[in-house]
Design a binder for this molecule. Structure first.
Ligand SMILES: Nc1ncnc2c1ncn2[C@@H]1O[C@H](COP(=O)(O)OP(=O)(O)OP(=O)(O)O)[C@@H](O)[C@H]1O
Ligand SMILES: [Mg+2]
Length: 338
């Protein structure tokens, strides 16, 4: 099967407990062949556990993992066509960066010159070409992370499992590497599950994003759709930074009892005729935008995202207009979208 048509993953009722901790609770999830799926969720929500189970490094208590329709439950890790970038890199310390990159290619008996050419090309793309002769402990955390990423990309497996592969990079490098990763995925078409904490990665990298909480999948969908129509108050609060404002019904955002109303910080406009009155408690000028932390007379706190230099300061009164087309309604009891 050509790359792009293989590597379809299907998780069925996947459950994994560690003692009393339920790391994964009946997880159903599908990753289409050639798709890049980002997996997001708070610390401890089960993201790495999902990857370890797909890689075969850990076994589920219940449920099945199918790759291209085949149950891989009894397939040992080295026989699964999966390359993983671990959260802590896991490079071979006794090998140079170049030999780390060549390792997988040697195992697969790629001819020496061809292997070196490919390793150098990958190192170039990820900006580590000048580190090839060093040992991992002679490089920085961000550099090691890129070596681990290059090594996984070189293996050309059916599935890439990337556990926060950009977490150690500084902001400009993260931005550049994110773009490179997206380009690489377009070129290679390898099915990829990409775990991240980063809001920008969650929104921009994947064809779809899956939100995990407490070992359960809360929502799966194209990032913009999940952002625009979060399935529940957890997803509303998790995707987006700063998070969505959530206010009980019949409070400052209107609505009725039994509802929770939500409005994103960018959907609250400053203006003299806005119906909601609030006092600015703090101003965070971020350069390209400003975050205002405000409080209404009834104690409700509302976060507002506005442009640079909004011309209001701490202690000032402002009027806010929620965009009526962008109000979200949730059931107060279940938290589900209504
Ligand atoms: N080997 C283990 N033994 C005991 N508990 C474990 C083990 N591995 C994971 N857990 C627990 O399972 C839960 C899920 O862990 P997991 O590593 O999948 O989280 P995560 O979403 O990757 O978190 P992070 O964002 O911090 O990396 C956590 O509560 C964790 O403490
Ligand atoms: Mg993890």
């Amino acid at each position: 099967m050509p790359v792009g048509e293989r590597g379809a993953i299907r998780l069925e009722s996947l459950t994994r407990r560690y003692g009393r901790v339920v790391a994964l609770d009946e997880v159903d999830l599908e990753v289409r062949a050639g798709e890049l799926l980002t997996l997001v969720g708070p610390s401890g929500s089960g993201k790495s556990t999902v990857l370890r189970l797909i890689a075969g490094l850990d076994r589920p208590d219940r449920g099945r993992i199918l790759v291209d329709g085949q149950d891989v439950g009894r397939v040992p890790p080295h026989r699964r066509s999966v390359a993983m970038v671990f959260q802590d890199y896991a490079l071979y310390p006794h090998l140079t960066v170049l030999d780390n990159l060549l390792f997988g290619l040697r195992v697969r008996r790629v001819p020496r010159d061809e292997a070196r050419r490919r390793a150098r090309a990958a190192a170039d793309r990820l900006g580590i070409a000048d580190l090839l002769d060093r040992y991992p402990d002679q490089t920085s955390g961000g550099q090691r992370q890129r070596v681990a990423l290059a090594r996984a990309l070189l293996r050309e497996p059916a599935v890439h499992l990337l556990d926060e592969p950009l977490a150690s990079l500084d902001a400009p490098l993260r931005f550049a590497t994110r773009a490179e990763l997206l380009a690489l995925h377009r070129d290679l078409g390898t099915t990829t599950v990409h775990v991240t904490h980063d809001q920008a990665e969650a929104m921009t990298l994947g064809d779809r994003v899956a939100v995990l909480d407490g070992g359960r999948v809360r929502q799966v969908g194209p990032p913009q759709q999940v952002y625009d129509e979060p399935a529940d108050t957890f997803v509303a609060g998790f995707l987006g930074s700063p998070p969505m404002n959530l206010v009980p019904g019949s409070g400052v955002l209107g609505g009725t009892a039994g509802l929770i109303l939500g409005v994103r910080p960018e959907d609250l406009a400053l203006g003299a005729d806005g119906p909601v009155e609030a006092t600015v408690e703090a101003v965070e000028a971020l350069g390209s935008e400003t975050i205002l932390l405000t409080r209404c007379a009834d104690g409700t706190r509302l976060t507002v995202r506005t442009g640079p230099r909004p011309g209001v300061g701490t202690g000032e009164r402002v009027r806010l207009r929620p965009d009526p087309a962008r109000l979200h309604r949730f059931d107060a009891e279940t938290g589900r979208r209504r």
